[in-house]
Design a protein around this ligand. Structure first.
Ligand SMILES: Cc1cc2nc3c(=O)[nH]c(=O)nc-3n(C[C@H](O)[C@H](O)[C@H](O)COP(=O)(O)OP(=O)(O)OC[C@H]3O[C@@H](n4cnc5c(N)ncnc54)[C@H](O)[C@@H]3O)c2cc1C
Length: 598
């Protein structure tokens, strides 16, 4: 049965009909308020999962399973709905039995096209902020047996007399942002970082690395970058910010602490986590274990026949620091994505002779153009002036389901291609192969689908176009000799340095040496959507695999992403962990099976 259309464009009318159908348990009526093409993206509020339901049948099935427990009420429209291109868009708020949430509703012809419901806080476990912020002191006449500093020192028992509820492996921006959220939710947490200082994951990268995303997109939760922070911050500045942040947010951040082994006790529902801290072994026993060991997994090192005879240096991009020793020498950069471009430019900077080997086409967008057409509407000074705060921008972005995200990207890249036509022509003339993805949807979709295959041009493309960095496209290394490489087309290039900018394996591979091969395979690949394009095999998953949501291994989670994803989804994950700590019922709907091992 399909309900008659609400008469007005009316978001409030729709919401009222939806809310009353849900309140009376009329699932068919509720789902019939969605259009023929429709999506409900839920961030934990209903599904205790990160899940997109596609079509009325999937929506009805989810409601059948979750509605009674969620028992949603008090749906409200927040502010004035807007209208453009035949769409009515409204911000909404709602409550479930256990949580408060926000969302975005988009109506087409009076029916819901997309609905986002995102958990914001757990009732009774709200963060103490604003009016309910901690006083910091107890005023009055009494013996002060505990100052704030003492209370903070009390945290030092964590991992000794007292066990943390959660352990986060990896203290890069991901581990730090999640740790900050968990701290505000009073979840006893230890962050393990094998490096000597917070921020070293950025400091240790190559000299010339500068953020490719602009500042408005990069804020961490709670403490935004100041207004005079550069648009593109250099890596060490980010490293220092992370270190300062971890200290000010009073995180239990263990430096020089490597997680070397972890095992799950099914009976106790508890992990045993072995840590080598300043060389000494200790064991932690948390209930929840989060891997935040890097956006990608271990380096993807390709085998180079004959490399044992090579008289020069060879390394993966993650081991490359600077081109300084290579002035006047010959270097080969294998790969043609972000790191390859940055490293080629760095080597050129030090007067090395550089050749880049490109296996397949790269999606390139000039930073300037991308800032205007890609970032400006949501993350920029003008977005802020239009009232789109970072928080709002994150939700607007989250409100577009992955299935249809490419549709909005294709025209953007059409315009990028048109505006920068002379740039692409020069690049093509050099022999460099570029594309905009199999469906012309560009860089962000490539990143979401495959995590690789793109470069935001901050200058290296010009070096290629004018021949300062030589490009050899469509060839690979056949074998390495003492001072040269032989390519698959039979040609030979002199080489003193080979850098493999060949990317990283999936995050789940990081589990194999620490937990087991079996668990790494059981949870399966992280990231990717199953879109079916090269590098992102199906079946369609609807959401990035395994990120910020329950996995096939109880008590095991993954967190990470660029600064923006890490900021937004750290709340989504932290609330799932908090709910479990408080013993709230968290029935997970549609736990995704693992289709790929790596
Ligand atoms: C060239 C380039 C440009 C980039 N530009 C941007 C950009 O503009 N904006 C952006 O947001 N992102 C950018 N990124 C991506 C960025 O690097 C990642 O998004 C980010 O580092 C991921 O953060 P993370 O905390 O998940 O991982 P990481 O920063 O890699 O941190 C993981 C941490 O885990 C630690 N660790 C690993 N294993 C263990 C263990 N067993 N025990 C203890 N500790 C462990 C590591 O030491 C490391 O510190 C860029 C990356 C590259 C390579």
């Amino acid at each position: 049965m399909v309900e008659p259309r609400p008469s007005a464009n009316g978001a409030s009318e729709w919401l009222e009909a939806f809310s009353s159908a849900l309140a009376s348990g009329e699932i068919e009526r509720a789902s019939s308020l969605f259009g023929d093409e429709c999506f409900w993206r839920d961030l934990v509020a209903f599904t205790w999962n990160v899940k997109t339901l596609e079509g009325r049948d999937e929506i009805a099935a989810m409601l059948g399973a979750q509605l009674a427990a969620a028992n949603p009420t008090t749906w409200h429209i927040d502010g004035e709905p807007t209208q453009s291109d035949g769409l009515t868009e409204a911000w909404i708020t709602f409550e479930t039995n256990l949580a408060r949430g926000r969302g975005v509703l988009r109506l087409k012809d009076g029916r819901a096209w997309t609905l986002l419901t995102a958990i914001e806080e757990l009732k009774g476990f709200e963060e103490r902020k604003g009016r309910s912020r901690p006083l910091g002191v107890t005023h009055g006449v009494y013996r002060r047996d505990k100052t704030l500093l003492d209370a903070k020192r009390g945290d030092e028992d964590l991992g000794k007399e007292k066990q943390p509820y959660c352990v986060v492996v990896g203290g890069g921006q991901g581990g730090i942002a999640l740790g900050a959220r968990l701290k505000q939710l009073d979840v006893p947490t230890i962050i393990l970082e094998k490096n000597a200082r917070a921020g070293d994951s950025w400091r240790n990268r190559y000299r010339s690395l500068v953020l490719h995303d602009p500042v408005w997109y990069d804020h961490l939760p709670y403490i935004p970058f100041p207004e005079n922070w550069p648009v593109f911050a250099p890596k060490d500045k980010i490293g220092d910010w992370l270190e300062m942040y971890a200290m000010l947010m009073e995180l239990n951040y263990w430096v020089s602490s490597e997680c070397v082994h972890a095992e799950y006790d099914e009976e106790k529902s508890e992990w045993s986590v072995d840590v080598v801290r300043y060389g000494a072994r200790t064991t932690l026993r948390p209930k929840q274990l989060v891997f935040a060991t890097g956006a990608y997994g271990p380096p993807n090192v390709i085998s180079l026949p004959g490399v044992e005879t090579f008289q020069g240096r060879h390394c993966h991009s993650s081991g490359y620091k600077t081109g300084e020793p290579y002035a006047g020498k010959s270097s080969i950069v294998v790969g043609s994505n972000s790191s390859a471009h940055d490293i080629a430019a760095d080597l050129w900077d030090y007067d090395a002779k550089v050749t880049m080997l490109q296996r397949s086409p790269t999606t390139v967008a000039r930073s300037e153009t991308l800032m205007e057409l890609g970032f400006e509407p949501l993350y920029s000074e003008s977005a802020l002036r239009a009232g789109i705060t970072t928080d709002k921008a994150d939700l607007i972005f989250a409100a577009t389901p992955f299935r249809i995200m490419h549709r909005g990207q294709i025209p953007i890249y059409g315009e990028i291609r048109r505006r920068d036509a002379p740039f692409y022509a020069r690049l093509a003339k050099s022999g460099f192969k570029s594309d905009f993805g199999e469906d012309e949807s560009g860089l962000m979709m490539k990143a979401l689908r495959t995590g690789s295959g793109y470069y935001i041009d901050v200058g290296a493309s010009d070096l290629i176009a004018r021949g300062d960095v030589a490009i050899r496209s469509g060839v690979e290394i056949r074998c390495v000799k003492e001072r040269s490489v032989e390519l698959t087309d039979g040609s030979e290039l002199p080489a003193d340095l080979i850098v493999m900018a060949t990317g990283f394996q999936s995050m789940n591979r990081a589990l194999a040496p620490i937990i087991s091969e079996e668990v790494a395979n059981k949870v399966g690949k992280c990231w990717g959507l199953g879109s079916g394009v090269r590098g992102d095999p199906g079946p369609w998953e609807g959401e990035p695999r395994n990120m910020w949501k329950p996995t096939q291994q109880p008590g095991l989670w993954f967190h990470g992403g660029n600064l923006a994803l890490s900021r937004h989804y750290s709340l989504v994950l932290a609330l799932q962990i908090k709910a479990r700590m408080e013993g709230l019922p968290t029935p997970v709907y549609g736990l995704q099976p693992a289709h790929h091992r790596s």
